[in-house]
Design a protein around this ligand. Sequence first.
Ligand code: CTP
Length: 130
Amino acid sequence: MTFGTFDLFHIGHLRLLERSAALGDRLVVCVSSDQLVLSRKGRLPLFSEQQRMDIVRSIRCVDKVFVEEAKGLKRHYLLEHRADVVTMGDDYTNKFDEFNDIVEVVYLKRTPDISTTDIVAQIRSLKPAP
Ligand code: CTP
């Protein structure tokens, strides 16, 4: 299982999902709800939770997608889906260690030089051609 926002789906997201899938026989992805993103980041995602879930579900290596409804439910979700392994990019290093008692926690190296935040900043700074 893995967790994330997956807003403006990009190559770092794809690589993370592919490498996660390679660690097991089923990949379940928990996508943060719009309200959770708003409370964590102070702004709504650009793509709605329904759109983000539809995109992630369409990725070949993904078997199941569901929405993360609220804070504090990760343990419940991991148990409910009988996860053996949870993966996160290494920007989350140590943040999932609390689940070591029920799953193997694997931090994967992030794909360099790309993030949703950077893409938004790049688009904002685009200037019209002279
Ligand atoms: N991820 C990754 N490599 C990247 C970007 C993201 O491996 N270049 C991973 C994250 O570590 C996480 C998952 O993809 O495990 C979902 O990340 P998410 O926060 O949705 O994407 P970001 O691009 O990091 O978004 P933001 O800039 O809004 O934090």
